[in-house]
Design a protein around this ligand. Sequence first.
Ligand SMILES: Nc1ncnc2c1ncn2[C@@H]1O[C@H](COP(=O)(O)OP(=O)(O)OP(=O)(O)O)[C@@H](O)[C@H]1O
Ligand SMILES: O=P(O)(O)OC[C@H]1O[C@H](OP(=O)(O)OP(=O)(O)O)[C@H](O)[C@@H]1O
Length: 211
Amino acid sequence: MLKIAVPKGVLFDPSLKLLKNCGYKIPSDFGRKLLIEDSNQQLSLIIVRPFDMPLYVEEGVVDVAFIGKDVIEETSMSCFEILDLGYGQCRLSVAVPGFSPYRSVEDFHSFIKVGSKYQNLSKKFFIEKGIQVRIFPLGGSVELSPIVGLSDAIIDLVSTGNTLKANNLIEIETILFSTSRLVVNDAKYRLKRKEINEFILRVKEVLDDIY
Ligand SMILES: Nc1ncnc2c1ncn2[C@@H]1O[C@H](COP(=O)(O)OP(=O)(O)OP(=O)(O)O)[C@@H](O)[C@H]1O
Ligand SMILES: O=P(O)(O)OC[C@H]1O[C@H](OP(=O)(O)OP(=O)(O)O)[C@H](O)[C@@H]1O
């Protein structure tokens, strides 16, 4: 049986839909269960928070997983990245309040305060720019931090831009574009190559029909 991890949150529904389109019979109502099997017992599926996904993949709890490129990059996750699944489109951007004097990252003076859930990518970005920053690690509602004076700027995901707009924030630079990816545990790929390749092929066929 192939073991697969699906992320909770916005990537959950499109990931499940993809599996159903591949022909797997996933129960439509599994309540609060976090470990599910398809009715033909081909797949064992676990539901994981996005930032916990690298742990489950790297420790070999699952063979394959669906995960955003942003999480792969932020965590420097060790895996084979096999397919770009196309959905979950968003970008990791720097944004400042409308009232801020800054209109580009080059305007930032040293010791700027930045709120972000993406501490590693944020640090890397500012080191490369030669700008000294203090990063405040936040777990969510990142857009709040500059408007209440906790930070000068944020680095967070943007998709429609509605959250930035609703909080009077302006996007000034994009660091990374992200979509959902199919990743494979390196060791499991060697052990279960045939089964994993068959799965990849099924996913690829569905994607080819969509795109
Ligand atoms: N607004 C969005 N539009 C499209 N994709 C998004 C959006 N926000 C996040 N994503 C993608 O979905 C993934 C999961 O995001 P989501 O917001 O559901 O979880 P989270 O809030 O990061 O997780 P947690 O609940 O553990 O804090 C992200 O890593 C990113 O790849
Ligand atoms: O550009 P938009 O379409 O408005 O989407 C962007 C928002 O989506 C994500 O938040 P999420 O809903 O995951 O909430 P969070 O604050 O808990 O991260 C992200 O962190 C932004 O806040």
